[in-house]
Design a protein around this ligand. Sequence first.
Ligand SMILES: NC(=O)c1ccc[n+]([C@@H]2O[C@H](COP(=O)([O-])OP(=O)(O)OC[C@H]3O[C@@H](n4cnc5c(N)ncnc54)[C@H](OP(=O)(O)O)[C@@H]3O)[C@@H](O)[C@H]2O)c1
Length: 347
Amino acid sequence: MSQNILITGAAGYIGGSVLADFISRPNGPVKPSNINAVVRSEEQAQELSKLGVNVIQLELSNESAVMTAVVSNETNVVDSQVVSGLINGLGRRREMSGKEAYFIHSSVATLFSAEGGWPYGEIKDTDPVLEKEKSIARGHPVRDASILVSELSKALGVTSFIIPVPQVYGRGTGEWRKLSVAIPAAIKSSIKHKMVHKFDKDASPPSVHVSDLAAFYTLLTEKIVQREPVASGEDGYYFVYTHKTHWWDTMQRLAEALYARGLVTAPTVETWSSDEMAAEYLGFPRPFVRAMGTNSPQLVPVKASELGWQPKWDEERFLSSLDDEIQAVLESDPVMNTVSQTLVSGK
Ligand SMILES: NC(=O)c1ccc[n+]([C@@H]2O[C@H](COP(=O)([O-])OP(=O)(O)OC[C@H]3O[C@@H](n4cnc5c(N)ncnc54)[C@H](OP(=O)(O)O)[C@@H]3O)[C@@H](O)[C@H]2O)c1
């Protein structure tokens, strides 16, 4: 029997790519007519309504509107940071219909690094991750949200899953936002300042191509709707990445690719003199910039491959694709493109 799913952030980079991945599998168990795509603006709603999915314009912090949407669309939920209305809605929906309700939550892999406040070093997704998260003092909004997901879902009989999202790269395939965060920010900053920069400390963030990540969300959802046994709740953490690449290596390859296009003045990388400078150049908030740029979580993924996830990207393919990352930034940003054309033509 078909089940409805609701995807939050469907105009975003990851949510849009997840939505596109579902639509690209017409013979899969999730049909476009079963998909509710949540967006925030009227413009986004118009763009996504061409896809044959049910588009819902919703502010996720409006808890009663969110609950109504979940209950009236008889849906399960994929992907969100604004959680309580969604889970309460799923709990109510389950109570009213007697049918199982499922929630897939996207967290952040940085939380499992020393820079993100994780004191335990290496962790497998088969370890008691929730227990360890709960032993850390509250106060980090993203970690607190993961704990809330597990506890509220359990209390309401909703089956939950948590995916700590690593560094994501590649062109998004959604209708709206096509760029990720970290690498596009480094590219924009490098073009603007005609030089690639790095932190004084190297990092090796777990990384995944957006198409591989989207394929994992689809795989997990398909298993759920087909009622296959999948670890959930306290055992429902999934670490999903394909390689850890040293940030300094990425920046060096980026410098070479930008220099070959005439967009920076040297094929080498300079060190930011302070975190303030890094925050200003990258456009990230100062309190988070160091954690974002220097985190090396020691995540050991076990469950995704057991579930049948077969990613197509690896470190070498990633490093070889940096010129396309530059091209994607230029295509998405007309101002940046003009700057680049001016630099290349030397005017
Ligand atoms: N990209 C990465 O490398 C990465 C890495 C780790 C974790 N993550 C996490 O993964 C999640 C998705 O990331 P992303 O890169 O896809 O971000 P994104 O492109 O900014 O997408 C987020 C989407 O969620 C929507 N949204 C945010 N708050 C909302 C609200 N209150 N009500 C309704 N819609 C709301 C945004 O709407 P608008 O379009 O209206 O702004 C946007 O379309 C985020 O939580 C992020 O922290 C991402």
